[in-house]
Design a protein around this ligand. Sequence first.
Ligand code: HEM
Ligand SMILES: *[C@@H]1O[C@H](CO)[C@@H](O)[C@H](O)[C@H]1NC(C)=O
Length: 491
Amino acid sequence: MLGSLILLWISFCLLLFLFRTQRPKNFPPGPRPVPVFGNLLQLNLKNPLDDLKKLAERYGKVFSLYIGSRPAVVVSGVQAMKEALVTRSVEFAGRPQGLMINDITNNKGVVMVNYGSYWKEQRRFALMMLRNFGMGKQSMEERILGEISHIISHLEKNAGKTTDPQTLFHKAASNIICSVLFGTRYEHDDEFLKLIIRIFTENSKMANGPWSMAYDSLPWLRGFPLPFRKAFQNMETMKKFTADLVAQHQKTRIPGDPRDFVDSYLDELEKRGDDGSSFSERQLVYFLLDLHFAGTDTTSNGLLTAFLYLTTHPDVQERCQREIDVVLGEKEQASYEDRHRMPYVQAMIHEVQRVADTVPLSVFHATTKDTQLMGYDIPKGTLIIPNLSSVLNEESQWKFPHDFNPENFLNQQGEFVKPEAFMPFSAGPRMCLGEGLARMELFLVLVTLLRRFQFVWPEDGGVPDYTLVFGITQTPKPYRMGIRLRGTQRG
Ligand code: HEM
Ligand SMILES: *[C@@H]1O[C@H](CO)[C@@H](O)[C@H](O)[C@H]1NC(C)=O
C-alpha cells in the first residue's frame, strides 16, 4: 500500500517535471508557473487587478505570466508601451489565436483577426467609411445629433427628478452605431434593443471572466456544457439578427447610392466580384457585429463616467457650461468643429476618458515574429497584454495622476494639450478604429446636454463611489443623477 502510494507520488512528480513550463531564454521575468494551470491559481480570477499590480511592482514594466500553458507578457508604462506598439509596431500588431473570443468570432470581422492582408484590407475599408467617404447623404454628425434629440426628450421628461443614466447612454451609443451601420435606430423601449444591450453586457463581462480563462487554458473543458456556452448562444442570436438586416439591405439598396455602411460594403463587394479578396457577405456579418460591439459599451461607459464626475464636481460642470454658452451663443446646434474653441471642455472630456480607463488591458495583442522589448527576447506568437491603465495613471506622466482634474490637459496659458500618455484608444497600427466616431460622440453629446441641463448629485445619493467594475470594458458603479433645466439657453 505504502509502496504504491510512493510510486504514485514519484510518477506525479515526474509528470510535473516533464510538463513543467519553461520560460524561453532572456524572456521577461515573472512568477513560477505550475503545469497545466500556469499562474492562474495564483490570481483572484474575479478581479485579478490587485494580484497583477503586486506582480507588476515586483517584476517591473515588462513581466511575464502563464495563462495555462500559454506564456503572456504584460507591458506597463508609457515607455515600454511606445516601444512595443509604436516603434516595433508590426512586430506587436498580431492577435492571439485559439482563445474563446477567436472561436466566438470565427477568425472573421476585424477586432480578433490576426495581422495580415485580410485584416489590413477590412480595416482600411472601415476607416475610409467612418471618415465619411461613401457613407451616403447623411453625415456622421447628423446621425449623432439625431440620436441626441432622443436623449434630450427623455431627460426633459425627467426634469426635476432623478434618473439612472446607465441604460439611457447604452441605448444611445448602440443607436448611433446602428444608424451608421444599418441606417436604423430603435426606440428606447424596443424589446430588441434591450436584447442587444443585454447580450453585449453579458458577453463583455464573460469574455475576461473566470469561465473564459478556463476555456482558454484548459482546452479539454471546451466540449462540456459549462457557462461559457452562453457566450456562443448570444453570438448566434446576434448573427442571425445581423444577417437579417443585411438581407433586407440586399432587397432595398440602390447600387452606387449607399445609405449606410452595409450598402457601401455591398457596393464594394459587387465591385470586387470574385477577386479572392477578404470581402464577403459572411465577413460583413462578423464585421458589423465587431463594430457594433466595440462601439457600444465603450462609448456609453465614457458618458457614464462623465456624468458621475460632472455631478460630483459642480465647479468643473459650471466652467464647461460658461465656455459652451460663450462659444455657441445663439447657434442652433453644436458642431464638432466648435471643439477648437473650447479648450476647457476638451480638457474635461479627455480627463473623463483618462479616469474612465474604459479598456484597461486593451485588446490582447500577439507578436508576429521573434522580437525584443526593453532588452528582453520575446518569441513569435507570444500573447501581449498592453496595460493601458498603467499608462493613464502613471505617476511620472500626469500633473494630477490620482485626481479628476481637467488641468491634466491644460498648459499655463489655459490651452488644450494632449500628453503622450493619453492612450485610452491604445496606439500603433491596431489603435481603436472607432476613435474618430467615439470622440465626435462624446463631444456632441456632452456639449449639447450641458448646454441644456444642469446635472446634480441627488441629496440621497450617498457618498459617490468611483470604483470601476472590472471587465474587458470597465463600468462605473450604478448611480442616479438629478436633472434640472437650465434657464435661458437655446439648443
Ligand atoms: C470611448 C470609446 C472607445 C474606446 C475607449 C475604445 C478603445 C479601444 C481600444 C483600447 C482598442 C484596442 C486597440 C489595440 O488592440 O491596441 C480598440 C479597438 C477597436 N475599436 Fe475601439 N474604443 C472606443 C470606441 C469605439 C467605437 C465607437 C468603435 C466603432 C466604430 C470602435 C471600434 C474598434 C475596433 C473595430 C477595434 C479593433 C481594431 C483592430 O483590431 O484593428 N471603438 N478600441
Ligand atoms: C495595470 O496597471 C494598473 C495600474 O498601475 C494596475 O492596478 C494593474 O494591476 C495592472 N494590471 C496588470 C495586468 O499588470
